[in-house]
Design a protein around this ligand. Structure first.
Ligand code: MN
Length: 441
């Protein structure tokens, strides 16, 4: 790992140590592999919180942070960060690839103390755990763990049952949410790169949109382009939804055929070094919007642009969401589609957007459950702005010519001290620009 990357992860661990305080200890388990079929597994993906703190991408690891330090055996030295990793194993490494091994952790990751993960049970010693008044654990994530990690987790829970009488046991996800809410310079750079890859890939792919082409082919081309442009993974399963399919918000079958005269809505993003992008655009499949499609598109576009203009520190995300509904309802009212503006929720079925970062729907929202003001925007927040309107074919109350249209326009926006920067600004969205870009040369 490069030096500046080591520094970034080290700074995150330091911040976490500050937040949990001196008499605390934190156990953060990394992810384990997930079976896909018989003896085949899904590609391994590290938990985002664990990645944030370590940059380590191997399964069955655990990080322990104890701001006051921990002594091992008779040694005098105390360590406040310990990474448990899989032991080196020649035979397994032939099959599954190289392992860093505890002996190389310091050099590779810049974490001072590392041990083989088989020794993590020693930490579950009850007498010793009594030294701490607060024990932080990544509960939400660890319930999904398999293999040996699941056994360690069970052992840890057993010890906690006993020490819980005098120690507070706390889910760490809320503190991680707080920590991840404002993005650092390094993270913003990665988000910019993820956006650049996503935009380039959309531009290459949109030329292939035409009647008769399967949605799946467009999905495949997008993913092909992401990887050709340097992304190692998709941020989430792409939505490639033509016609009425776009009204299914999390449509993921992508098994329709694009039809002349319909719209294709694509909601997709590349991941770059674990950071996510998330762009939605709606394209006329034959290259030209109909009058009705254009009318709806312009309303959604206005909501997108007007909301972005208003993004700055101190603004409430919820109020911005309400403002976008006002624009949408006003537009539909003028077109005669909406008689009662209060019914806008029937057609604008989701909120304005979400925080984004290491997760597409960034885990910073975990804080919401504590009732904290997570939704007041601050410099360093990155959010999406994605108004949409959806008219299903069974909505008999609206004129027939508007049915079967689903349009969403989504950008990724960084909140800065003085306002905001639209990280996906280069992705076309004006009607004439979209139609121009789709021209086949
Ligand atoms: Mn989104």
């Amino acid at each position: 790992m490069k030096n500046n990357q080591k520094k970034f992860h080290a700074s995150r661990r330091k911040e976490l140590a500050k937040l949990i305080g001196k008499d605390s200890i934190a156990f953060i388990f990394g992810n384990t592999v997930i079976n896909k079929s018989f003896d085949g597994n899904y590609q391994f993906k590290q938990f985002k919180n664990f990645y944030y703190l370590t940059g380590f991408k191997e399964p069955e690891a655990a990080l322990v942070i104890a701001p006051n330090g921990i002594k091992f055996g008779k040694q005098e030295k105390k360590y406040n960060e310990i990474l448990y990793v899989r032991p080196k194993d020649k035979q397994r490494e032939i099959w599954d690839g190289a392992r860093v091994g505890f002996e190389n952790v310091n050099k590779e990751l810049g974490i001072n103390k590392a041990l083989e993960n088989t020794r993590i049970n020693n930490l579950m010693n009850i007498a010793w755990l009594r030294n701490f008044t607060k024990v932080y654990i990544n509960f939400g994530e660890m319930l999904k763990l398999t293999q040996k990690s699941a056994q360690w987790v069970r052992a840890l829970i057993d010890s906690l049952n006993i020490i819980a009488a005098h120690a507070e046991v706390i889910d760490i996800s809320y503190i991680m949410a707080k920590l991840r809410r404002e993005k650092t310079k390094e993270e913003i750079e990665k988000m910019k790169k993820a956006a650049e890859i996503t935009i380039n890939s959309y531009n290459k792919t949109m030329k292939e949109i035409k009647p008769g082409v399967p949605e799946l082919k467009i999905q495949a081309l997008l993913e092909y382009n992401y990887k050709s442009e340097g992304s190692e993974d998709i941020a989430y399963h792409p939505i490639v939804a033509s016609g009425e399919n776009a009204c299914t918000l999390h449509y993921e079958l992508n098994n329709g055929i694009m039809k002349d005269g319909e719209i294709l809505t694509i909601d997709s993003g590349a991941e770059f070094e674990y950071y996510c992008c998330d762009i939605t655009r709606s394209f006329p499949i034959n290259g030209k919007f109909t009058k009705e499609q254009k009318e709806i598109y312009e309303i959604v576009l206005r909501a997108n642009k007007e909301c972005i203009k208003r993004i700055k520190p101190g603004v409430s995300f919820n109020k911005l969401s309400k403002f976008s509904w006002e624009i949408l309802s006003e537009g539909l009212f003028k077109l005669g589609i909406l008689k009662d503006k209060k019914k806008i929720g029937n057609y604008a079925v989701h909120g304005l957007g979400h925080h984004i970062g290491l997760d597409t729907h960034d885990a910073v929202q975990a804080e919401k459950k504590l009732g904290n003001n997570y939704e007041i925007l601050r410099p360093g927040n990155i959010i999406t702005v994605e108004p949409g309107l959806y008219f299903r074919n069974d909505m008999k109350e609206i004129p027939k010519k508007y049915r079967g249209i689903g349009i969403r326009i989504e950008d990724v926006v960084l909140v800065t001290k003085s306002g905001n920067i639209n990280l996906t600004e280069k992705m076309v969205k004006e009607v004439r620009d979209v139609e121009h870009m789709m021209k086949k040369d």
